[in-house]
Design a protein around this ligand. Structure first.
Ligand SMILES: [Zn+2]
Ligand SMILES: [Zn+2]
Length: 135
């Protein structure tokens, strides 16, 4: 399956297009991903074949790599939003799912590093679902 999708950062400076198949979609609950996103898990799409094309803002992108690990994050230096990056010596495209503006054709494959999840994630499905902001 081939997708042609676009995405952007929160401030709108960085925009990009991904063409090709997104092969996997993982929700990673490890402590590094929790720190990196400030959230319960990182939702990332992965591809070894899709192509990434920057449409704007490439000069604003900064990349942080945690020393002595493969954990890497690229972000817009104006707004801090996660943006795609090429990892594993140029062989793996990683796209933060939340950065996409187009609909994503694939569903998450798995929760990974689930044993590392934050304690407050347990019984999350029991939290009330409010359609908008709390009143
Ligand atoms: Zn931005
Ligand atoms: Zn992780």
């Amino acid at each position: 399956m081939t997708d042609n999708t676009t995405g952007s950062c929160l401030c709108g400076s960085v925009t990009f297009e991904v063409s090709g198949a997104l092969e996997s979609f993982f929700l990673c609950h490890c402590s590094r991903c929790r720190k990196d996103t400030g959230s319960a898990f990182a939702a990332n799409l992965f591809s070894t074949t899709a192509e990434l094309r920057w449409l704007s803002g490439e000069d604003l992108i900064k990349t942080y790599r945690l020393p002595a690990t493969r954990h890497q994050k690229s972000f817009c230096s104006a707004c801090g939003s996660a943006v795609p990056s090429i990892q594993m010596e140029g062989t793996l495209l990683v796209v933060p799912a939340g950065s996409m503006d187009s609909a994503i054709a694939v569903r998450p494959d798995a929760h990974i590093c689930f044993d590392s999840r934050a304690a407050w994630e347990d019984q999350l499905e029991q939290a009330p679902r409010i359609a908008g902001l709390p009143g």
